[in-house]
Write a protein that binds this ligand. Structure first.
Ligand code: GLN
Length: 480
């Protein structure tokens, strides 16, 4: 038996029953990492630290001590999540040498449950991108076809799970950065409700949209991990006080009587034939299991992309102001005065896409344009949010494709920013509305590339999303 083929849940059982030790698992993961370095999925790895911790956990287990629910499980986190004493680069040259002085709440929660953080995952610089090609440390490759992108910005987090370098990972999602890579790499990823998970210690891109979420091989693993990282955090005033239910509680309840909303705006001519066919099949399967399909309307859906790029860039421009070579970031060497220092450090430190967002963000916030762009975008956001609430009042979940096509080729969209931005048309509306959504594999195209299905829930109802997702996964165990 190859332990790396196991789900996280299976491996927890094996650890608990003494069939495998955490040290063995850590070693296996690092062997796999060494075999698959060409994927460039990881920015830094911590073999010694991981082995030391695995040893402690194995010992504690032997001594019969009470252990956390992830005790001894190797996990990877995205390189924009602080973990004490490790580099947090956001895949930017600017933060190449930045070492975390403290733990993000999500990292602390993983640690407290005994997870072993073995590495940080590569990503698009400051989480801006849809292909993980915008990394200062080189692009990530898709483990299924290394000529293709893994999606972004959490491309490393998706690739590392698919390539079996670890048992689960954390990513972040501002406009699709967990779901799009999950779709392209054939793993399960959720963007929780805004406020479900603390953002403390996670480098901010667009603070009103950012959420952390798990990427896993199975739906159950995903629910278990979300249980661990969710909840109110005094260090993040935007984290919600809404109680956290057990996300695994309804997994086995099936979908009989569940109402699935289908909005025609998701099934436009932008959708490739192969994705449409897969989604139609999945919807037909749900119907055959007793779910009811209801038509719903999201008339403003296609405005979400413009709204997203205005709001997210405005917030990014503000958030990234702190990277100036003084407070944060590598300082340029030769400068004349303080303004020149800022100028040169930022010019040298930031990559092209990040600069583009900063310019766009400052433009839409500048006097004279603020009303025309930023304020208007915030007003349209309210409309979109209301439309989602209305649609979700008529059903339990909505189902849509995650992306219009499967993974594209490396370099295919690098020079066409609009084409790159358009890959997020189905995922950004979710962040704009603040609702939760999960992506899971629902089929493959003729070339064997995975196709992703997006299951969208009501605010704070991740439980029903998992119920609907698990039913599909269990019935398609042999692969979709
Ligand atoms: N691709 C989108 C962007 O570049 C979303 C990124 C994200 O979710 N972090 O903004």
């Amino acid at each position: 038996m190859n332990y790396l083929d196991c789900s996280m849940t299976e491996v927890v059982e094996l650890l608990n029953s003494g069939k495998v030790t955490s040290q063995e698992l850590v070693k296996l993961c690092f062997e796999r990492i060494a075999e698959t370095t060409d994927l460039n999925a990881l920015n830094s790895t911590y073999f010694d630290m991981a082995m030391e911790r695995a040893k402690q956990i194995d010992m504690a287990r032997k001594n019969g001590e009470k252990l956390g629910c992830l005790a001894g499980v190797p996990i990877v986190i995205k390189d924009n999540i602080n973990f004490l004493g490790t580099k947090t680069t956001c895949a930017s040259k600017f933060l190449e040498n930045f070492v975390s002085p403290y733990n993000a709440t999500v990292a602390q929660k993983l640690f407290d449950e005994g997870a072993i953080i073995i590495a940080k995952a590569n990503m698009d610089e400051f989480a801006m991108g849809s292909s993980s090609e915008n990394s200062a440390f080189g692009p990530v490759k898709n483990p299924i076809d290394t000529y293709r992108v893994p999606g972004g910005s959490s491309g490393g987090s998706a690739a590392t799970v698919k390539a079996k370098q670890c048992f689960a990972s954390l990513g972040t999602d501002t406009g699709g950065s967990i779901r799009e890579p999950s779709s392209f790499c054939g793993v399960v990823g959720i963007k929780p409700t805004y406020g479900r998970v603390s953002r403390y210690g996670v480098v901010a891109f667009a603070s009103s949209l950012d959420q952390v979420g798990p990427l896993t091989r199975t739906v159950r693993d995903n629910a278990v991990l979300l249980n661990v990282i969710s909840g109110r955090d005094e260090m993040d005033m935007t984290s919600s006080t809404t109680p956290v239910p057990d996300f695994t509680a309804k997994l086995e309840q099936g979908v009989k009587g569940i109402k699935i909303g289908v909005a025609k705006q998701f099934y436009t001519d932008k959708l490739s034939a192969e994705v449409r066919e897969s989604l139609e099949k999945a919807l037909a399967w749900y119907k055959s299991q007793g779910a009811e399909l209801v038509e719903v309307d999201l008339p403003s859906l296609d405005t979400a992309l413009a709204v997203y790029y205005i709001i997210s860039s405005a917030e990014a421009a503000s958030n990234l102001a702190r990277f100036d070579g003084v407070k944060y970031g590598t300082r340029a060497n030769n400068y004349q005065d303080i303004v020149d220092l800022y100028f040169k450090s930022r010019t040298q430190g930031f990559g092209k896409e990040v600069k583009r967002r900063i310019m766009l963000g400052n433009y839409v916030l500048s006097s004279g344009y603020y009303d025309a762009f930023y304020r208007k975008a915030k007003r349209v956001q309210k409309v979109i949010r209301k439309e989602f609430e209305d649609a979700l009042s008529k059903c339990d979940v909505l189902i849509s494709p995650t992306t219009a096509t499967p993974a594209f080729k490396l370099g295919e969209k690098s020079n066409d920013h609009v084409a790159m931005y358009l890959t997020d048309i189905f995922t950004v509306p979710i962040n704009i509305a603040g609702v939760p959504a999960l992506s899971m594999p629902c089929g493959k195209n003729a070339e064997g590339l995975p196709i992703g299905m997006q299951i969208i829930g009501k605010h704070f109802d991740e439980q029903t999303i998992y119920q609907v997702a698990n039913a599909f996964e269990q019935a398609h165990k042999e692969g979709v």
